[in-house]
Design a protein around this ligand. Structure first.
Ligand code: 5AD
Ligand code: SF4
Length: 463
């Protein structure tokens, strides 16, 4: 089989990162080698994000740049995948006739076969497609199963740069239909992988030396609720919690994280899991989105400020060092100054380790895009700045509190410019630059923290 090169550019969330890695794993079976430069590639895939207009705009600009490689060499195949591809395939097919392929998140497992079709169609004598148009494959799978089978390809391990931490997909899609969010339209309905398949993957990864597993999904807490009726064995816990117990038993897995959680779906047994499972890290990304009950209702979040704070308190009661983080949207339609103050006060009360904050961006297909009383852009920007300024002080304060503490730091990668220094993370997920060591990915060392700012900590190994 001829050796070919593939270059994948990934935008957006961890889900897209995991999808790109899966594509690389599947394509490796077909003799495609991953290359870091598009100029070396026979196949270029742009894996897109549609979460906010800015993200969408950036990927389409990038597509314009990548097009040059195809213009220079028409045999290069150019493909668009991910969330922009899924929602806009019809218009993009006409606007971007130079593309060879547009495919959605549900086509990833079939990518090798789809590519064969594209390559056949590239031969004009065999073409069954419009000569200038891309092949479009964006139909959501009708199957209720969600499988990432090991017999199709083994999980991707990072190619040349082995990393000791790996994402494992457990659920895809989202059924929550928050009124701002395009994800239910880009990723479809919730579908969970079979527990045995997830556990098999974590065992495989652990055998390869992976030390940290991050269970991944748009809404991990709903894991298994769609497949419960298919399960033959009765479960002791809510399926997500059951999965945590099962995965935590994998020999060699020292740390376990998960994301992303919707507070509405948080299982009541989760605090107990944090008591029982020492590998579950002191890090919890729990997007609150807003601090005002009126806005939360209008967002269709189905929890209140008060119930969110109760959930935080229940977890802090069992894990006092838990580093919470959150996503916040400012300037959602109808957000008044008072509503925004509620967000400010909630963020201030919770004392998040860090937040991701965004101005509201109307998305196609979503109800909130049509809500009256959209907030003017300049007010959104001002609110965002106030929120970020406040959180930066808090993040800095928490990081500075780390100075002098001895933390277990798991090393992930070497600093490229300063090869004597490594980067790692504490059990709370804080990034640490560890000075002057002969490191290796995946080892955990006791590190005395010596410096800190709002972005990272610095420390030295203490023996
Ligand atoms: N506008 C701004 N931010 C959004 N997010 C999702 N949809 C939008 C939108 N329309 C944010 C949410 C979510 C994160 C991944 O992106 O905070 O948790
Ligand atoms: Fe972006 Fe959401 Fe798609 Fe992830 S799932 S790439 S955040 S739109």
């Amino acid at each position: 089989m001829t050796q070919r090169n593939v270059h994948i550019e990934t935008w957006g969330c961890q889900m897209n990162v995991a999808d790109s890695e899966r594509m690389l794993a599947l394509l490796a079976q077909k003799n495609f080698r991953a290359v870091s430069s598009p100029s070396d590639a026979d196949l270029i895939i742009l894996n897109t994000c549609n979460i906010r207009e800015k993200a969408r705009h950036k990927v389409l600009t990038r597509l314009g740049e990548l097009r040059v490689f195809k213009d220079n060499n028409p045999s290069v195949l150019l493909a668009l995948s991910g969330c922009v591809a899924q929602t806009e395939s019809k218009s993009l097919r006409n606007q971007l006739p130079f593309l060879d392929l547009i495919f959605g998140p549900d086509q990833i497992e079939d990518l090798p076969q789809i590519l064969e079709k594209v390559m056949e169609a590239d031969d004009p004598s065999l073409s069954q497609f419009a000569p200038q148009g891309p092949l479009v494959q964006t139909k959501f799978s009708e199957s209720r199963e969600y499988s990432i089978p090991m017999d199709a390809a083994e999980p991707w391990l990072g190619g040349d740069k082995f990393e000791a931490t790996r994402f494992v997909n457990i659920i895809k899609g989202c059924d929550n239909f928050c009124t701002f969010c395009v994800v239910p339209y880009t990723r479809g309905r919730e579908k969970s992988r079979a527990m045995a398949e997830v556990v098999q993957e974590t065992h495989f990864l652990a055998e390869k030396g992976v030390k940290e597993i991050v269970l991944l999904g748009q809404n991990v807490n709903s894991y298994g609720l769609d497949t419960c009726e298919r399960d033959l064995e009765p479960l002791e816990h809510t399926p997500f919690v059951e999965l945590l117990y099962k995965v935590s038993k994998t020999q060699g897995v020292e740390r376990l994280r998960f994301m992303t959680s919707n507070p509405h779906d948080l299982p009541s047994q989760l605090p107990q899991a944090f008591v029982d499972i020492p590998a579950l890290c002191d890090q919890f990304h729990l997007p609150v989105q807003a601090g005002s009950n009126a806005i939360l209702k209008s967002m269709h979040r189905r929890y209140t400020r008060e119930s969110y704070l109760e959930k935080i308190a229940a977890i802090r009661a069992v894990r006092p060092e838990m580093a919470f983080s959150s996503d916040i949207i400012v300037g959602f339609p109808g957000e008044t100054d008072e509503d925004f103050e509620q967000t400010m006060s909630l963020v201030s009360d919770v004392k998040f380790a860090f937040i991701y904050a965004f101005t509201y961006s109307p998305r196609p297909l979503t109800p909130a895009a049509k809500f009256k009383n959209q907030v003017p852009e300049h007010i959104k920007v001002k609110r965002l700045q106030a929120l970020l300024d406040m959180q930066k002080l808090e993040t800095e304060r928490q990081n500075k509190e780390e100075i002098g503490k001895l933390r277990d730091v798991m090393l992930f990668y070497r600093n490229r410019k300063e090869p004597e220094n490594w980067y790692g993370r504490t059990f709370q997920g804080r990034l640490v630059k560890v000075l002057n060591i002969e490191g290796a990915a995946g080892i955990t060392l006791p590190v005395r923290i010596t410096e800190a700012n709002a972005t990272a900590l610095v420390g030295v190994v203490e023996v």
